[in-house]
Design a binder for this molecule. Structure first.
Ligand SMILES: O=P(O)(O)OC[C@H]1O[C@H](O[C@H]2O[C@H](CO)[C@@H](O)[C@H](O)[C@H]2O)[C@H](O)[C@@H](O)[C@@H]1O
Length: 284
């Protein structure tokens, strides 16, 4: 079993030390796509890395709480990750749709904020806008219920398609009171008022967490990084992990630069979780 990596910042080392010293007060929070699940061309094919759920279920009983924080609808993340009915994950929480939805393993049900106005109009206008904007073949729309995401990964030139569509999609979102959440070859039109930072902060406070680890790979995870930094300022140690490289593709610089540890995609996240467990068990 690999030893735990040494975080490159003092704050990160304090975060990791606090987690290993008192795991029963530690919250481990992880993003789904790119962090627990490899990035794949079609979002419907995303699945957790085969080692992810076993690693989480081995670790969770030793911790205060484990939570998945994702831009996916909560139910999709539960299904794609295979999180329902897993021994060891009886108290898992999934904060979906950037915190607008919540699934608790303890109840098996989803609670959700009201549907945001504006999404229905965007859904109706989007096909025409994509046509008029010259969206290339391969541009794909993911209807997430309370948000609509436009993916360019399967076009011939994903970065060029992303750049082409950014302006028109921003204008469309603005007309209907929505914002554009940019990600890995995706522009998501969603309601303001929720983000992973607010969701994580509220969850850590609710759980009474005395230390927190957050791992993510994309721009939408920076708000959660901000929450960890804020909690650190209040005396709650925290560790920031970037999933980059490996099955995630190149690191997002804004995430890698702010992280205390950069691991090699979901495989690296699994190795980190496994070595954390081994260390808590006195094995590393
Ligand atoms: O918060 P996350 O769990 O990281 O979700 C962010 C977005 O992830 C998904 O898109 C990304 O993963 C896809 C599957 O690997 C990939 O095809 C796409 O290019 C990535 O951007 C998801 O489809 C979005 O709805 C999420 O908001």
């Amino acid at each position: 079993m690999a030893a735990l990596p040494t975080p490159r910042t003092t704050a990160g080392r304090e975060g990791l030390d606090a987690i290993t010293a008192d795991p029963g007060r530690a919250v481990v929070a992880l993003d789904f796509d790119g962090t627990l699940a490899p990035i794949v061309p079609d979002p419907r094919d995303a699945r957790a890395h085969p080692g992810a759920v076993p690693a989480l279920s081995g670790l969770a009983p030793r911790l205060c709480a484990v939570v998945v924080v994702t831009g996916r609808p909560a139910a999709d993340a539960v299904r794609y990750a295979g999180l329902e009915g897993v021994a060891g994950l009886e108290h898992l929480t999934v904060l979906g749709a950037y915190g607008a939805e919540r699934w608790d393993a303890a109840t098996g049900s989803v609670t959700a904020a009201p549907q945001p106005p504006g999404v229905a109009a965007v859904r109706t206008e989007l096909p025409g806008l994509l046509r008029e904007s010259g969206a290339p073949p391969g541009t794909a729309v993911e209807d997430k219920g309370r948000a609509v995401a436009v993916h360019t990964r399967r076009t011939d030139d994903p970065a060029a398609a992303f750049a082409l569509l950014s302006g028109p999609l921003r204008a469309l979102a603005e007309r209907h009171g929505l914002l554009v959440e940019p990600g890995r070859m995706v522009l998501e039109l969603r309601a303001p008022g929720a983000d992973k930072g607010a969701a994580l902060e509220a969850y850590v406070r609710e759980a009474g967490g005395g230390a927190v680890l957050y791992g993510g790979d994309d721009l939408g995870d920076l708000a959660a990084f901000g929450a960890v930094e804020k909690l650190r300022g209040e005396g709650v140690p925290g560790l920031l992990v970037c999933s980059g490289g490996g099955e995630t593709g190149e690191s997002v610089p804004e995430v890698a630069d702010r992280a205390d540890i950069v691991v090699d995609g979901p495989s690296g996240v699994v190795r980190l979780l496994e070595s954390l467990r081994a260390s808590l068990d006195g094995g590393a």
